[in-house]
Design a protein around this ligand. Sequence first.
Ligand SMILES: Nc1ncnc2c1ncn2[C@@H]1O[C@H](COP(=O)(O)OP(=O)(O)OP(=O)(O)O)[C@@H](O)[C@H]1O
Ligand SMILES: [Mg+2]
Length: 508
Amino acid sequence: MAVADDQVLVSLKGITKRFPGVLALDNVSFDVRKGEVLALVGENGAGKSTLIKILSGLYRKDGGEIQVRGETVDIQDTKDAQKLGISTIFQEPTLAPHLTAVQNLYLGREIVTPVLGRAWHSMDEQAMYHETEKLYRNFFDTLEDLQRPVNELGALKNRVIEIVKALSVQASVVIMDEPTAALAEHEREVLFDFIRMLKEQGVSVIYVSHHLRELFLLADRMCVMRDGKYVATVNKHETSVDELVSMMVGREVTNYIVKETVPVGKEVLRVSNLSRSGVLSDINLHIREGEIVGIAGLAGSGRTETLRAVVGADPISSGTVAIHGRTCQIRSPHDAIRAGIGFLPENRKMHGVLLELSVSQNITMANLERVVSRRLVLRKRKEAQIAEEFVKRLRIKTPSVNQKVRFLSGGNQQKVILAKWLFTQPKVLFFDEPTQGIDVGAKVEVYSLIAEFVRKGGGVLLVSSELPELMGLCDRIYVMHKGEFVKEFTRKEATEENIMLYASGGHR
Ligand SMILES: Nc1ncnc2c1ncn2[C@@H]1O[C@H](COP(=O)(O)OP(=O)(O)OP(=O)(O)O)[C@@H](O)[C@H]1O
Ligand SMILES: [Mg+2]
């Protein structure tokens, strides 16, 4: 359906972008209408973030034209984008770590008051603080965080500050690249309310996410990209999740959670009376060979902290960890690896990959014995062969296994870390939100790799905020509330309702 030109805010015409060995955007054209929420969807590596970076002035396009309100514009840098009213929440963190929330919000556009009515200005810290406070209050009850450097605040709050930052400017289009990654349920709700409010004010929103359910709640239209090309834009009311998925991947994707029941073997891990003062109290858990065990809970309930405490990433005040019945001293993640525990952390950018190393080096790094010959020479061919196999199975989009991980798209970096841990073949694997940011097609493959790992006798401990994922994959689920395990469910007993009841403390 054609719309009047004055309904169109941003028009992209034939946008092209090349990187060495990759045609990231191939003649992409579509319109963003005034006051609409336009979802941008596509598999990992489809070109979504690249397009957004071009619109935001972070990358220069190689070809094509951008029009804003019918006028051709030249976006050379982020300042140009800001002047056009384009405000962006990027997929990767962009806050200056040593500055406070307030300083980050006003970086480069400090509120100033004229001094003595002259050309002299002084920064109006009070005004900046109050503005920040107003927005921030929507997300948090406590405001003391505003005065602390953001690197002391943790991933979740950082995300919120990025969001607050993007919302604090008068924008005509707000772009969000997977904004809900790492957000808690109530924070998502607040964000969605904001999006609805922006829409009412006539602001356009471009929203990138792999959560298709979320998109059906929010978006007016969905724009599908595949392999750097524009596929189609569809109206929410005229499409379905299945149709969207098949447009994204160009093939059928069937029923996505797979868990066959594997015969359980011996106990592989037991954690007893684990405590960390103020954070975790008296955690007891065990995993048997062939088992996938889940931890459910709200954000902040201590799920990630439990994993970190067991692998020695955080100090504990008491408790023991036993592998195959033998107590191990685990004081660092390195000890954990030696004891046979692999850990796929949540904040992968910081802990998971070495960005300057290649795809193949990253995959084989934690298990070099398998690619080194008896004379301790690295067998390059072997290394590449192993990496190529994972690249194929997980459909990691990269020009070659020698590409530096830095140049991969967000979701593809995640797949590399997953491959790395699966190749390590530990006795137990801890996964913290393993499919966050991973596209629908690849999720299926991640699930089947996890299933394969336990079929071979491994044990898995899985933290996920996606209840369908937990209930679909796990044999047992522990529910956490305020740093404690408050309930254990078997696969049969677990329902969304009873998990939520315990997770929210409603059973008390
Ligand atoms: N700076 C860069 N240098 C080289 N290649 C790049 C660079 N940035 C992106 N690419 C490549 O361009 C393609 C598109 O990447 P992009 O980040 O836009 O994907 P995406 O759709 O955002 O994926 P995801 O869902 O995983 O975030 C990928 O093949 C990626 O490897
Ligand atoms: Mg991206």
